[in-house]
Design a protein around this ligand. Structure first.
Ligand code: FPP
Length: 273
């Protein structure tokens, strides 16, 4: 952890009790989150759905701050999928407005905590005013060296893989890529997350248990944690509980724990295992 425990959670709180059980040296490098349940949160309070998104911003802020203080390298938040365009126009416009407002307000906090901001997804299809705000945050935080805060916007895992396949076909047609050169490393290099560790932990709030087209390639060996609360109620204690649950999992990546390997995995004919 980057800072003293008292700077992360106040003594005597539930969050602090969970924090004290977390081993600082075994935190995930990359946490990805599907922020789900804003609409239900609002409906349960007889409020318009967009009020759930507004309330969700508080959880975004708190989660980013906790991740930064813990020294988690990458935090990826799923804010808008390519499927979310199917929502009522008013809801889409409000979400985009909230995003601009959020960046505008939080840029100072990003700089204060040395956080690098990066959007992923089909950003060029967003409204120009949103693109401008995103570009401003990317430029302003480009030399920050703390956690990378990645926001998935107009994002689709299938689209990302389709784009990588299109690049392969284009390069092959140009004669610069041979079939045997397309291996896992080549594909990873053609994803929006290239150069980053895959998520060790993926959290989805609201109790729904789906991946919903999020980071389909990158989540191959991630631990998945379904938080039983709606996104606006995902507070620091809930985040820390997810990290503790992660530390209690046994990650095997297809092998068995603490056994020497007997076989060298056969190489496939393209060279990857
Ligand atoms: C899913 O809840 C949530 C979203 C589609 C949007 C998430 C957006 C925010 C938390 C606010 C803005 C984000 C940033 C990064 C500033 P839902 O609406 O699908 O909830 P439901 O399943 O209860 O209907």
């Amino acid at each position: 952890m980057k800072v003293p425990l008292d700077d992360i959670a106040e003594p005597g709180t539930n969050a602090r009790a969970v924090l004290e059980q977390i081993e600082p040296g075994r935190l995930p490098n990359h946490v990805a989150i599907i922020m789900d349940g804003n609409g239900r949160w609002a409906t349960a309070r007889k409020l318009p759905r967009v009020e759930g998104h507004r309330a969700g911003i508080h959880a975004v802020r708190q989660t980013i701050e906790t991740a930064a203080r813990l020294g988690i390298d990458v935090l990826t938040l799923y804010a808008f999928s390519t499927e979310n365009w199917k929502r009522p126009r008013h809801e889409v416009l409000t979400l985009m407005g909230l995003l601009k407002e959020y960046i505008n307000r939080e840029l100072k906090t990003f700089l204060k905590h040395d956080l690098r901001f990066r959007p992923i997804g089909r950003i060029d299809q967003l409204d120009e005013s949103v693109q401008r705000e995103l570009a401003r945050a990317v430029d302003a935080t480009a030399s920050c060296r703390g956690s990378l805060i990645q926001i998935a916007l107009n994002y689709s895992g299938r689209q990302e893989l389709t784009d990588a396949m299109r690049s392969a076909v284009r390069e092959a047609a140009a004669g610069t890529l041979k079939p045997d050169e397309v291996d896992e490393a080549w594909i990873e290099n053609h994803l929006t997350t290239h150069g980053q560790p895959d998520p060790d932990l993926m959290i989805r709030t609201s109790g729904e248990q789906r991946i919903s087209n999020f980071l389909l390639w990158q989540l191959a060996y991630s631990e998945i944690y379904f938080a039983p609360v709606l996104w606006p109620d995902f507070n620091q204690e809930e985040f820390l509980k997810a990290l503790l649950a992660f530390q209690r999992r046994e990650r095997r990546f297809g092998g068995l724990p603490q056994t020497g390997s007997v076989f060298t995995p056969p190489k496939d004919k393209h060279g990857s295992t």
